[in-house]
Design a protein around this ligand. Structure first.
Ligand SMILES: [Zn+2]
Ligand SMILES: [Zn+2]
Ligand SMILES: [Zn+2]
Ligand SMILES: [Zn+2]
Length: 252
């Protein structure tokens, strides 16, 4: 079930108490968001006349003839009392995000919002790996959009990690491909919730290196790959001195 936005309207007395105390009177619309953020809008501009963002409490009282809204947050209080009510409704609302496809389960719109993809109908939510983009292709198995994510090279995976785990794809390609910079061991692909990284296979060695969001473009003199990321080129080993030396030489 989508969350509800309460909409109340009428000729109202609006009172603010707190660092400033003011009173207004007018035909206004009161919006109470699912997180209790309370906004009082009049006819003018985009800005509310009065508001409280995520207050500690909101109490709505009233009947068909009138209503009162009291929002409190610490020492601040916003109170709206109708002298004549014209509307009181609860409307379904969801997040709004960039459309990225269609939910195969119910045909609902999929939108990208705050690093997640959300279905506006069933409200299922899939987290995106850092740096991932959603593509126009769809998964042959489940019908969800495919994502493109760079971890050494571009991988095209199902949005649902249960369908097409990034760990398996990266592991298949890069497990024990590079040597540990600190011992004779190789670097194995390991994973923790939401990220994949490299760890030395030697149980006595504690070396771990994160795999940046980028592609391998070269090999460093130390033997490890050089990644091209949004931030530029660098050795997989962030502390590698050779890479810094090479970069300095290129600039001369
Ligand atoms: Zn859905
Ligand atoms: Zn799939
Ligand atoms: Zn090692
Ligand atoms: Zn290096």
């Amino acid at each position: 079930m989508p969350e509800r936005l309460r909409v109340l309207a009428g000729d109202c007395q609006v009172t603010e108490h707190g660092d400033r105390s003011r009173s207004y009177r007018g035909r206004v619309v009161v919006l109470i968001k699912p997180d209790d953020t309370t906004l009082v809008h009049d006819a003018d501009g985009y800005q509310p006349v009065a508001w409280l963002t995520r207050p500690e409490s909101v109490v709505v009282e009233g009947d068909g003839a009138g209503f009162s809204v009291t929002a409190r947050d610490g020492g601040r209080r916003l109170r709206v009392v109708s002298t004549e009510a014209t509307a009181s409704r609860a409307l379904p609302v969801t997040v709004a995000g960039v459309p990225v496809g269609t939910c195969p389960a119910d045909g609902g719109a999929l939108v990208r919002s705050h690093g997640d993809v959300v279905c506006l109908d069933c409200e299922r939510r899939w987290g995106l790996p850092a740096g991932a983009s959603v593509t126009d292709a769809t998964c042959d198995d489940c019908g969800l959009p495919k994502i493109r994510v760079e971890r050494g090279e571009p991988f095209h995976l199902c949005l649902d990690p249960a369908c097409d785990p990034m760990e398996a794809a990266v592991s298949e390609r890069f497990d024990r491909v590079w040597d540990c910079p600190d011992c004779e061991g190789s670097l194995a692909v390991e994973f923790a919730p939401g990220r994949v990284y490299l760890a030395c296979e030697n149980p006595d060695c504690e070396t771990t290196l994160s795999i940046p969001s980028g592609v391998v473009v070269d090999e460093c003199d130390c033997g490890l790959p050089i990644f091209e990321t949004a931030a530029g080129r660098s050795c997989l080993d962030g502390s590698c001195q050779i890479a810094g030396h090479t970069a300095a030489k290129t600039r001369e």
